[in-house]
Design a protein around this ligand. Structure first.
Ligand code: NAD
Ligand code: MG
Length: 387
């Protein structure tokens, strides 16, 4: 078999849930991938361990307080060490990087993703918040620089796989599946006192805290609707959300002739991570296989947007366009962090998001500085609402 040149990966957020699984995928395929850059926010211990094992040429610790300890621990290793937020934006532009896997969480992904696209790097995108905040700008920039944005999110990977070979065939709609989260079937009155421990218990996936709460509120699906709008260039009316509690069908595409293609598999993020890195090739692996006989029933239901207001709010923000999805994201980031700090109730999350969407100034065609300002001002507003 022809072995392609190894892809050299800059992994932003290597210590997180996606980051750690990405390192497993890379380590299992040494003929295909090589770790060039590892970055983390503040988990110095894990970053040290990862650097020793995966031998990157560069590591970045964003939180500057961790720099000295990292430097000391890696003194014997032939690598460069940087710290601070700005370092992310420069390391993604290095000549030696082919692919930037954005596995960091939240708005922090925006600037490094822009810099990576400007440098012509392929983007394997896990950080959906970047497309939610500034999808128009990011996709325009990617077109200008002829850069591929390959989805890591399982639903979007599924759609991307269903679209392979269908370049000229119009899509009637896409069906994004959602597990429904730990509170599926509950009503608002059941949710007034839910705790963060309950909200953090996702039925099918083990993920970082922020996305796990987003899954419980259905904001994750709302963010994914907006992500899909930009990745696949489809209006909101062509994006449908369907609750599928078993998380086996990762999403579907319906074409103009009514035919529906679906992508299935066990819930395991290593597969979409691997596909984004190996695309357009598929690589053999030993992940557990899905067995139909073990799942005699796959079930489906409509999402309950009255209980889970965030999904409706995300559709509204997408509909209004401009900087509204950026407002939605910033308000949600603040609200989720405060919920995790026990300073906001579960239902309070969508109240904060709703009020920010109602109160923040609308900008129809935001430029980068408008997104930056919108994010900042929305965070201030959201914090005021919570205090
Ligand atoms: P996580 O919290 O487990 O990990 C986040 C990583 O980002 C860590 O390495 C952390 O050090 C780094 N980080 C956090 N804040 C940062 C900041 N301000 N600046 C720089 N780095 C920072 O999160 P995760 O679950 O791995 O999710 C990462 C991204 O992937 C999110 O955008 C999430 O929506 C998306 N995603 C995750 C999953 C999943 O299964 N975990 C699935 C689909 C999409
Ligand atoms: Mg997803």
């Amino acid at each position: 078999m022809n072995s392609p040149l190894k892809k050299r990966v800059a992994l932003l957020g290597s210590t997180g849930s996606i980051g750690r699984q990405a390192l497993d995928v890379i380590a299992a395929n040494p003929d295909h991938f090589e770790v060039e850059v590892l970055t983390a926010q503040s988990n110095v211990d894990l970053l040290i361990e990862q650097a020793k094992r995966h031998k990157p040429n560069v590591v970045v610790i964003v939180n500057e307080g961790g720099y000295e300890r990292l430097k000391e621990a890696l003194a014997g290793e032939p690598l460069k060490i940087f710290s601070g937020e700005k370092a992310l934006s420069s390391v993604v532009q290095m000549e030696s990087v082919d692919v930037v896997l954005t596995a960091l969480v939240g708005y922090a992904g925006l600037q490094p993703t822009i810099k990576a696209i400007e440098a012509g790097k392929t983007i394997a995108l896990a950080n959906k918040e970047t497309l939610v905040v500034a999808g128009a700008l990011i996709t325009q920039l990617a077109r200008e620089h002829r850069v591929n944005i390959l989805p890591v999110d399982s639903e979007h990977s599924a759609i991307f796989q269903c679209l392979a070979g269908e370049l000229h065939n119009p899509v009637e709609k896409i069906i994004l599946t959602a597990s429904g989260g730990p509170f599926r079937g509950r009503k608002r009155s059941d949710l007034t006192t839910v705790t963060k421990a309950q909200a953090l218990r996702h039925p099918n996936w083990s993920m970082g805290a922020k996305i796990t709460i987003d899954s419980a509120t259905l904001m994750n699906k709302g963010l994914e609707v907006i992500e899909a709008r930009w990745l696949f260039g489809l209006g909101a009316s062509k994006i449908e959300v369907l609750v599928h509690p078993q998380s086996i069908i990762h999403s579907m595409v319906q074409f103009e002739d009514g035919s529906i293609k679906a992508q299935l598999g066990l819930p395991d993020m290593r597969l979409p991570i691997q596909y984004a890195l190996s695309y357009p090739e598929r690589l053999k692996n030993d992940f557990p296989r899905f067995d139909f006989a073990q799942y005699p029933s796959l079930t489906f239901e409509k999402p309950d947007t009255e209980t889970f207001r965030n999904l409706a709010l995300a559709f509204d923000a997408l509909d209004r366009g401009g900087n509204m999805p950026c407002v939605l994201n910033a308000a949600n980031e603040v609200a989720v962090a405060e919920f995790l700090n026990d300073r906001l109730s579960f239902l309070g999350i969508s109240e904060v998001v709703e009020q920010c969407l109602a109160k923040m100034d609308y900008i129809r065609e935001p430029r980068l500085e408008d997104y930056v300002e919108t994010d900042k001002m929305t965070r201030i507003r959201a914090n005021e609402l919570i205090r």
